[in-house]
Every structure is written in C-alpha cells, then in structure tokens.
Write a protein that binds this ligand. Structure first.
Ligand SMILES: Nc1ncnc2c1ncn2[C@@H]1O[C@H](COP(=O)(O)OP(=O)(O)OP(=O)(O)O)[C@@H](O)[C@H]1O
Length: 254
C-alpha cells in the first residue's frame, strides 16, 4: 500500500510537554517527497523529539504529524516503522546478530523469501562499501564507521520511502564522517528518498540539506534553503546560532 501523496511529512501546530516542560511549542513545517530536510539547533532544542514523532516513538500532545498525507496517529506503529528507516548515533545494532542478520531485520519481519533477503543484503553491503567478508561478523568486531554503514544499510533494507536519521555520524572521525555524508547524499539523490536528519553540525546541514529547519527552545526559528539561511537569517537569534556554529568570535555581527 502506498502513501498516496508520496512520502511527505507534515508537522501541524505540534506541541509536546515532557516532565512539565514544554519541549516542542507550536511547530508547523512541511517536508516534500524527495527532500533532504535537516533539523538543526542547540542542544535541547527539541530536534530529536520532533523526529521521533514521525515514527510514533513519541506522541505530540497538541497538533498532529502527517506522513503520506495521513495522520500518523491513525497508522499502526509497527507497520509505520517498517516503512520508515531509522538511523541513530549509537547505531542500535543488535549485538548478538551478525552484520547480515542485522541488515535483514525488516525483510525478515516482512517474511521475504530467503533468496530475496540474501540478494538484498549483498546489494546493500555493496552500496555501503561493506566488504562481503564482514557479513558474518558481529557489530563489536567492526569499526565505528563500519557499524554506522551497517546501520544505514539496515534502515534501507526494505526500501522505505522515508529515512529518519538522528545525528547518525556524530560519533565518527572527520574523514569517515565526510565519506559517509558523500555516500548518503549519493543514495538520497539517486533513490529520491525523503530524508529527515537531526544534526548539531552546521557544516553537515549545509552540505546535505535541501532545506534546513532551525529550532531553539522547542520553537521553529527559521526554515529555508542553506543559501536563504546563510544570506537572510530571520533575526538575531538565527544570526547568533549561525555565527557560533561557524566559530565567529563572540560579539561580532555576522
Ligand atoms: N523523557 C523526558 N522527560 C523530560 N524531559 C525530556 C525528556 N526527553 C527529552 N526531554 C527534554 O526535552 C528537551 C528537548 O530534547 P531533545 O532531545 O528533543 O533535544 P535535541 O534538540 O535533540 O537535543 P540534543 O542535540 O542535545 O540531542 C530537552 O530539554 C530535554 O531535556
């Protein structure tokens, strides 16, 4: 079953309180099918909370989130999550499953025939530049970069229309991070998947994002293309964030 209007994501007047604190405050934004959207902002801005509402790991207490034109609250969580790839910083790989078994998780749940699972696993390992010899290893026998490649391969396994990524490369060294960013960009551009990524790294946001959404204190400060954000910041709070993120000395007007 398709999502009709494609893999669009929309947040409509979304609010969330946790432990008596307003974590998300009236956020509305749209992510078009095939877009690479980036949520950026300081620590505690609410980025991860917003992301986790898309696959119903969190439920808003105000407003609604739509995926494919349908409110997620009307979509069964397990079915929804099988159609949305999810990559997190700590990889979330199953430690007692091999690389191949990790990648095959969702196809297995979907009861694909074994030959199809094997072919898809091999295809994804090649796509993510993982040597086939790694297939029988366990996650702890891999480097951090290899683990994250397996995490991305696993998220892509059942060819989801949407990929959610929560600081996927934050724990990697700069060289590995750049390589994975380039590969992700290539995969996203060639498959047309809708990606929603959380990062606190402005450089990463500018390199990958077709649109960037800047959050602070649970509020959306500005949405725009990388160029719009950099050339027309919506106010002093945006300028201050961009200046700090780019390492400008304090007190200097961007
Ligand atoms: N279960 C919870 N109970 C209470 N407060 C929470 C809970 N989860 C998150 N928060 C608070 O919600 C706010 C937003 O958290 P969130 O993780 O969404 O921000 P973030 O922008 O992703 O931050 P970071 O970049 O540090 O990961 C923070 O102030 C956080 O302390």
């Amino acid at each position: 079953m398709g999502w009709g209007t494609g893999a669009m994501i929309a947040f409509q007047q979304v609010g969330l309180s946790l432990g008596g604190k307003r974590v998300i405050d009236k956020v509305s934004l749209r992510i078009a099918p095939g877009e690479f959207a980036v949520l950026i902002g300081p620590s505690g801005a609410g980025k991860s909370s917003l992301l986790r509402m898309v696959n119903r790991l969190l439920e808003p207490d105000r407003g609604q989130v739509l995926v494919g034109g349908l409110p997620v609250r009307d979509q069964e969580p397990t079915a929804l999550r099988r159609r949305i790839g999810y990559v997190i910083q700590s990889t979330g790989l199953f430690p007692h499953r091999t690389v191949a078994q990790n990648i095959a998780t969702v196809p297995g749940l979907l009861q694909w025939p074994p030959a199809r699972i094997a072919a898809r696993t091999a295809e994804l390992m090649a796509l993510l530049h993982l040597d086939q010899a790694l297939a029988e290893r366990y996650p702890h026998q891999l480097s951090g970069g290899q683990q994250q490649r397996v995490g991305v391969a696993r998220a892509l396994a059942a060819d989801p229309e949407i990929l959610l990524m929560d600081e996927p490369f934050a724990a990697l060294d700069a060289v590995t991070r750049r390589a994975l960013q380039a590969e992700l960009l290539h995969i996203q551009r060639s498959t047309g998947k809708t990606v929603l990524m959380v990062t606190h790294d402005l450089d990463e946001a500018l390199r990958l994002g077709t649109r960037i959404h800047l959050l602070d204190g649970g509020r959306l400060l500005q949405s725009g293309t990388p160029l719009e954000l950099m050339t027309r910041p919506a106010g002093p709070a945006v300028s201050a964030f961009l200046g700090l993120a780019l390492g400008d000395p304090p007190g200097r007007e961007p």
